[in-house]
Design a protein around this ligand. Structure first.
Ligand code: GAP
Length: 544
């Protein structure tokens, strides 16, 4: 009623504004839950020493973060899990650590100078900038979600008799949405492949895609932005001295292909792994550590004989999804997404997506890069980058399958899964980080029940016995319940409490983080109990 009055008073323009307002209102409400979770994670990370805004005393620098005392431990543990899975579990994979600065021709050869662009579009009303392809992908995701909902509804209605494949092939609503998805996908793919920026804008307008934050459809043209940061080497300015901060670690591996192959006497197929910083001048850097301008990648290039790329691509898809699933962060939280538009170097590519608070988003990429990189480095450097097969006498530029995961995204995926708010039986509440134990920053907290009567001394003895094996924390302040909560919030898998009886029976109470179950055990057994749960080797063992 009130709305009808406002419509007559405001006329057509007013009506559009009301629609835009309502759209934004409902969208905001729908996004609230996911936003809430991300906000809670961000504030938890700051309060408990995981991630801080960078240079905060100067009001921070946008989209730049520092990892705190627990965050850096978690990062190191993720790196260890990845590094060992690559280099220890595969005899034919070795690791390197290449420089961030590389010869500028590297980036011409790799195609990044010419093709490492994002198609960006601005909303004239909100002044917000978006990636045109992401707006379109989100549109497709909404249609897919609608179809999933239809399927879910039908599943609940028909129970065991339900045949999903048949339903998807016959239900008119699902078919209509699917047809729309196919049309949007093929128009988007064609526009992206032809760098047809006008076509991209037309598609956004045809689909009436609105600014996700305000509902406005007042868009600028689509423009391309190169994402590489450049700087000058030494004190000389000018083109010759311009170098780039690497936008991917992979090129450090390609340019060292022959060095590693020859010095390590590697035989194809073999891989080179690397962990290191990468830099991209992301125009839209937001969503915490999901998209940053300075971030870390864990990349592995697997060099293979041309023609075996299909087989190895599938091998690495399986190997990588198994690596993720071994962590126990819920198999339903991962899915594969095939790339619609292939990067300039790839003949096949997919993402492993994770269910972040913002929905399913890319966590890792698996790319079949053909001989694009080595072939181009041959051309630009004039040096042969070939593999000579002694058995057959054949010589060729190897093909490459790449696995590339963002360390910071893996960190956010871990915290997304881990962050849990619980109401306990006694009505009290706790926030617990259910971090996979092998990745948890602190493995054991040693807690003397009282800070007197010889209990701290006994606790220190235990710390000395265990500190070579685990990252420990000693805490004697506050009531024991508060200390447990603190460890839950950090994600410590075990707390051991030393009380007066310990001095006589040499036993402690060991409390497990997730179940909160407590057990009285002899001090001699603590190491073995903790080890069984938190050991990196036990986790790696799931992959062999
Ligand atoms: N060498 C291939 C390559 O760099 P990519 O898909 O552009 O491929 C690989 O990046 C991974 O790096 C992504 O799956 C993501 O996890 C991470 N990543 C990319 N850009 C990022 C950014 N701006 N902030 C954080 N992580 C990023």
């Amino acid at each position: 009623m009130a709305l009808a009055k406002r419509q007559t008073k405001w006329g057509h323009k007013g009506l559009l504004e009301v629609r835009a307002f309502l759209f934004a209102y409902y969208l905001r409400a729908a996004m609230q839950n996911s936003d809430d979770k991300l906000k809670k994670i961000i504030s938890h990370c700051k309060e408990y020493g995981y991630v801080f805004p960078s240079s905060e005393i100067y009001d921070g620098l946008s989209a730049t973060y520092d990892y705190g005392q627990y965050g850096s431990e978690l990062k190191n543990n993720i790196k260890e899990y990845w590094w060992k899975a690559m280099t220890r579990l595969h005899e034919n994979i070795v690791g390197i650590d290449a420089a961030i600065f590389m010869h500028p021709t590297t980036w011409k050869a790799s195609g990044h100078v010419d093709a490492f662009n994002d198609p960006l579009i601005d909303n004239k009303d909100s002044k917000k900038r978006y990636r045109a392809d992401v707006l379109l992908e989100d549109y497709i995701k909404k249609l897919e979600a609608k179809n999933d909902k239809e399927v879910e509804k039908a599943k609940n209605k028909f129970g065991d008799a339900f045949n999903e494949e048949q339903f998807r092939a016959t239900n008119p609503n699902v078919l209509r949405n699917q047809e729309k998805i196919n049309t949007v996908e093929s128009r988007m793919k064609a526009a992206l492949e032809a760098s047809d920026l006008v076509g991209l804008k037309e598609l956004i307008e045809d689909l009436e895609i609105a600014d996700p934050e305000t509902g406005s459809r007042n868009w600028t043209e689509v423009r391309q932005f190169n994402l590489m940061f450049s700087t000058e080497l030494g004190s000389v300015a000018g083109d010759a001295a311009t170098i780039y901060l690497r936008p991917e670690t992979a090129q450090g591996i390609f340019v060292n292909f022959l060095n590693v192959q020859k010095s390590g006497r590697m035989k194809i197929p073999f891989g080179i792994a690397q962990i290191g910083k990468a830099f991209r001048n992301e125009i839209i850097a937001r969503q915490f550590i999901f998209r940053m301008r300075e971030f870390e990648q864990m990349e592995m290039q697997f060099f293979i004989k041309p023609g075996t790329d299909g087989e190895w691509y599938n091998y690495w898809k399986d190997a990588r999804i198994n690596w993720h699933k071994a962590l126990g962060m819920g198999t339903e939280n991962y899915k594969f997404h095939d790339h619609l538009k292939l990067a300039h170097y790839a003949n096949a590519a997919c993402d492993i997506e994770f269910n972040f608070p913002m929905g399913f988003k890319e966590l890792e990429g698996i790319h079949s890069r053909t001989d694009f990189d080595l072939g181009n480095h041959e051309k630009f450097s004039g040096k042969k980058l070939r593999y000579h097969e002694t058995e057959s006498g054949e010589s060729y530029v190897p093909y490459v399958i790449e696995t590339s995961i963002g360390l910071d995204r893996m960190f956010l995926a871990t915290l997304t899964y881990a962050y849990t708010e619980e109401t306990l039986e006694d009505g009290s509440e706790r926030v617990v980080l259910r971090i996979p134990p092998a990745l948890a920053p602190v493995k054991v907290a040693v807690l003397p029940l009282l800070n007197k009567d010889g209990l701290p001394e006994k606790a220190r003895e235990i710390v000395d016995q265990l500190k070579l094996y685990f990252n420990l924390q000693y805490d004697a302040k506050d009531a024991i319940g508060r200390r447990y909560r603190r460890q839950d919030a950090i994600g410590t898998p075990y707390c051991i409490t030393i009380d007066h009886d310990t001095l006589n029976d040499n036993c402690v109470t060991i409390r497990e983080r997730d179940s909160m179950q407590q057990e009285r055990v002899s001090i001699d057994r603590v190491r073995e109990i903790v080890e069984a749960k938190v050991s990196m080797n036990v986790l790696l063992g799931k992959l062999v």
